[in-house]
Design a binder for this molecule. Structure first.
Ligand SMILES: Cc1cc2nc3c(=O)[nH]c(=O)nc-3n(C[C@H](O)[C@H](O)[C@H](O)COP(=O)(O)O)c2cc1C
Length: 209
């Protein structure tokens, strides 16, 4: 079936460095996605969030809405929930994802939790997206980004999303991932281009094959 609009891919850069390595990988994925005719856009976590998740019990207003007044809610409702695909670009910080990346997931809790009046609709719309990961780090042993990959896989499992790709690039100086010798740039561009075409299989015992 042909969709009635180009599929929407959101790419979120979760590094404070605007011209850093996560951003360079994200831009490569964006190029690939645009070449493939996708409705793709790139965003920076630092533009959306000014703070971490708070205690929802204290933070919610009398209508159950989150009181944190930054760009997160708009992004979440206007962009994220409508997207067909989501790619997170995060540096490896202390062998995990950046605080910005983690806060992006944590802040969803405000709207997914049952104490949010419209949480049922949010839970329905959060499901079924294709998701992917782009990571950059200084170290380059094969499992350097494993905890990020694992966390993304758990997010995908929990939200009935499909985890379709993970690209890691080596670099420390800002932008130096462009010189990665293992083909990270080409892999990021290919990921963007094939985002909705890549075969994906994650079976359950009762899956029809
Ligand atoms: C707070 C912090 C923690 C870091 N921790 C690691 C690490 O555990 N392993 C690693 O290989 N590189 C680590 N790095 C280096 C970054 O992963 C690397 O410079 C990466 O390319 C930065 O991506 P960016 O340019 O998108 O910010 C760390 C850098 C910072 C600032």
């Amino acid at each position: 079936m042909t969709p009635d609009r180009p599929r929407r891919l959101l790419i979120l850069v979760a590094s404070p460095r605007r011209n850093g390595n996560s951003a360079v990988l994200a831009e490569a994925a964006l190029r690939g996605a645009q070449d493939a005719g996708l409705d793709a856009s790139l965003h920076f976590a630092d533009d959306l969030m000014q703070t971490f998740l708070r205690d929802c019990r204290d933070c919610r207003d009398e209508h159950g809405r989150c009181r944190i007044d930054d760009g997160y809610a708009d992004f979440f409702f206007e962009h994220f929930l409508d997207a067909d695909g989501f790619a997170l670009a995060s540096p490896v910080y202390w062998y995990g994802m950046s605080s910005q990346a983690k806060a992006f997931f944590d802040r969803m809790f405000c709207y997914v939790a049952r104490s949010y009046p419209d949480s049922q609709r949010v839970r329905e719309r959060i499901q079924g997206k294709r998701v992917a990961l782009l990571t950059a780090s200084e170290e380059m042993y094969p499992t350097i980004a494993l905890s990020l990959v694992n966390q993304m896989q758990e997010y995908a499992r929990y939200t009935h999303s499909q985890f379709v790709g993970a690209v890691h690039g080596q670099g420390d100086r800002r932008g130096s991932v462009a010189e990665d010798r293992h083909g990270a740039m080409a892999a990021a561009e290919a990921l963007g281009r094939q985002f909705f075409e890549r075969p994906h299989a994650d079976y359950h015992v009762d899956s029809v094959r």
